[in-house]
Design a protein around this ligand. Structure first.
Ligand SMILES: Nc1ncnc2c1ncn2[C@@H]1O[C@H](COP(=O)(O)OP(=O)(O)OP(=O)(O)O)[C@@H](O)[C@H]1O
Ligand SMILES: [Mg+2]
Length: 639
């Protein structure tokens, strides 16, 4: 686009005003000139007419009397008048009878057009030219006598003076116009200067502001619109300065924030890079946002391949992980420590533990979900090692316990069998043999039974089991002992508690062992209270909040309690503090509960009592959850 040529406001103003003044002056001059010219011409006409009328008037008598001398004198007299070039009188036939300048023309009859027209009845004013071409007026006036034309008076009037007058008038008018134009230009120049200077100042100021030089101020010296414009300009410049100052402050703050943010980002990036656990974040639309190097290693996919893609697509080969992510996205509640196996492309699957947390912004608005993936391979390897060494240690303990347990009865049986041939006839010996050997054999049998129970893989027959009747059955079995030792029994369970899936016979065995231990723990002397309680877990129980997912069975006594140093051993086979005990009761109870997918824990205060808590799945198919809980609680509480 072509840039328009710059023409200053002042030039435009002067040019415009001059144009208007010129047009106006031209119009005024034209009108005045026209008027003046008309007036001058009319004046000449009137004078010419008056002269002709006068000549006609004074010549009527002489014409009637054919007094040519008088007529001659008349024309000479009128010829003396200013501007009169010639005067003549014609008779009614158009013949010249008197002529002021050319006496030779008397008697001739002029026949030119002007002369012929001059013979009309009415006075006539004609433009004509003299013999040398000079412009003339020919004024003809008839000489009437009683309405009849007796002759014609013609006066030739010079237009020289009139034309000179008209020219002078025109010159004067032109002079006035020129003066008006000059004055108008000067006045316009002054006004334009007065207007354009502040306007230029304003324009310069605005241009300077546009260049960013905001320190502009225009002195408002006037009280008109330009003065107000200057004030407004100053105000605008001040506001711009203020805004720039504010902007600079905001900019500095932003820069600082930006620097802080980039620091934070590199800090976060560094943390993400050095995290041993994999970290994956999704936005609210379920698209992958962040994948740290550890997560890349775990999933076997690069961050660039995963980022920006919907999780469904990115992790389609790991439906379990997707489930956890989607559940957190949907419920906005984190999932803690879910163990799963992560299938991978071109690599063997890896056991991982997933923790998800909903991501929230500063104002608590949901942003997405974060998942931490922990590689459980080393943990699993350690667990395997531990299990192996545990198994070996347990086998050792078991073997030692077994040897110890069996050795005593075997020794007494062996002693008896060694003497049996020799002392068979001894009545007392035979009686002792009969009372000791079967008892010791019974004991060995009980130990082997218990061991078998422990070692045999459980063949559970799961069916809905009502626990209260099982508890009643166990209490009934021990009723004589309870009565004899005056032990108080408290039963605490909600009315109409729902059945749980389980094997009634096995569960009865477990309850029996717990009740037996509780009774054993209370002093021989009598007193004490045995409490058997069934309840749903509370928040404080550490089973992931209040729920009906599992049922708790508590067997509480006010007995001697378990010494802290014995705590790690109570579930070990053959660990017993009782003279007649096998130390298999709790091991069997633990196995039964574990076979049901439950847990056994205890709390004990020496001298005050012990409470054993059995948590059993209350719904079929919750075993996995409970296993998770078992893993989480392991190490913090004795099992
Ligand atoms: N309620 C309890 N109060 C105090 N100590 C207990 C309690 N329950 C178990 N114990 C301790 O744990 C040990 C092991 O118990 P466990 O039931 O396995 O074997 P036991 O009772 O000694 O023998 P068995 O059950 O074969 O008769 C007990 O000897 C006892 O020291
Ligand atoms: Mg026992």
């Amino acid at each position: 686009m072509r840039r328009p040529v710059f023409v200053s406001l002042r030039t435009k103003l002067i040019a415009g005003t001059l144009l208007i003044v010129a047009v106006l002056m031209a119009a005024v001059t034209a009108v005045v000139e026209h008027r003046q010219r008309t007036t001058i011409i009319e004046e000449v006409h009137r004078r010419g007419n008056a002269l002709a009328e006068g000549l006609a008037g004074v010549s009527v008598g002489a014409l009637l009397l054919y007094n040519f001398t008088a007529l001659e004198q008349n024309v000479v007299r009128f010829d003396l008048e200013t501007d009169v070039v010639s005067a003549m009188i014609l008779d009614r036939f158009g013949q010249v009878i008197a002529h002021s300048r050319a006496p030779s023309a008397v008697g001739s009859t002029p026949s030119d057009v002007v002369s012929l027209r001059a013979l009309s009845e009415a006075p006539l004013f004609q433009e004509t030219a003299g013999p040398h071409g000079e412009p003339l007026y020919d004024i003809a006036v008839p000489i009437l006598v009683e309405g009849a034309r007796w002759g014609t008076v013609r006066i030739a009037l010079s237009r020289q003076r009139m034309d000179a007058e008209i020219s002078r008038t025109r010159r004067e008018l032109a002079g006035v116009a020129v003066v008006a134009l000059v004055l108008g230009s000067l006045a316009t120049a002054v006004v334009a200067r007065r207007i354009s200077r502040p306007v230029r100042q304003l324009a310069d100021g605005v241009a300077a502001i546009a260049r960013g030089e905001l320190e502009q101020r225009i002195e408002p010296r006037r009280s008109d619109e330009l003065g107000r414009l200057a004030l407004a300009f100053n105000e605008m410049a001040a506001q711009l300065r203020q805004q720039r100052a504010d902007l600079e402050v905001a900019d500095a703050a932003l820069r600082q924030r930006f620097a802080e943010l980039s620091d934070l980002k590199s800090y976060t990036d560094h943390i993400l890079r050095s995290l041993v656990s994999g970290l994956v974040t999704l936005d609210l639309d379920g698209r992958v946002v962040t994948v740290n190097p550890a997560a890349e290693l775990l999933t076997g996919c690069t961050a660039t391949a995963l980022a920006g893609r919907p999780a469904n697509e990115a992790f389609h080969y790991a439906p379990e992980l997707l489930d956890v992510l989607h559940e957190t996205l949907r419920t906005r509640v984190g999932v803690s420590q879910v163990s799963l196996v992560l299938p991978r492309r071109d690599r063997p699957p890896v056991p991982i533990e997933v923790i998800t947390t909903p991501l929230r912004g500063a104002e608590g608005q949901a942003l997405g979900v974060m998942a931490i993936l922990r590689d459980l391979t080393p943990v699993r390897q350690l667990e395997e090692q531990l299990r192996r060494s545990d198994r070996l240690a347990a086998l050792g303990t078991l073997a030692a316990g077994l040897a110890h347990e069996i050795k005593n009865p075997l020794t007494s049986i062996m002693t008896f069998s060694r003497h049996v041939a020799r002392r068979f006839d001894d009545e007392r010996f035979r009686q002792r043999f009969q009372s000791v050997v079967p008892r010791e054999l019974e004991r060995i049998n009980a130990i082997v039974d218990g061991l078998l129970r422990l070692a045999r893989p459980a063949r559970l027959v799961l069916a809905p089991v009502h626990l209260p009747p099982l508890i009643e059955q166990a209490l009934e079995l021990y009723a004589p002992q309870i009565e004899a030792r005056r032990i108080g029994v408290r039963r605490e369970w909600p009315v109409g508690i729902s059945p749980i899936p389980g094997d009634a016979e096995h569960l009865y065995q477990a309850i029996l062992n717990l009740v037996a231990n509780a009774l054993d723990a209370m002093e021989e002397g009598g007193g004490g209270t045995l409490t058997v309680r069934l309840r749903w877990p509370q928040e404080s129980d550490g089973f992931g909040g209040a729920s009906h997912d599992r049922l708790l069975l508590e067997v509480m006594d006010t007995g001697a309690g378990i010494k802290p140093e014995e705590t790690p051993d109570v579930f070990n086979p053959f660990f017993t503090t009782k003279s007649g005990g096998t130390g298999l009761g709790l091991a069997i109870a633990h196995k039964i509960v574990e076979d049901h997918g439950g847990t056994v824990t205890f709390r004990s205060s020496p001298g005050q009592g012990t409470v054993f808590t059995v948590a059993l799945p209350a719904r079929a198919g919750r075993r996995a959850d409970l296993t998770t809980v078992v893993q989480r609680r392991s190490g913090t509480q004795a099992q």
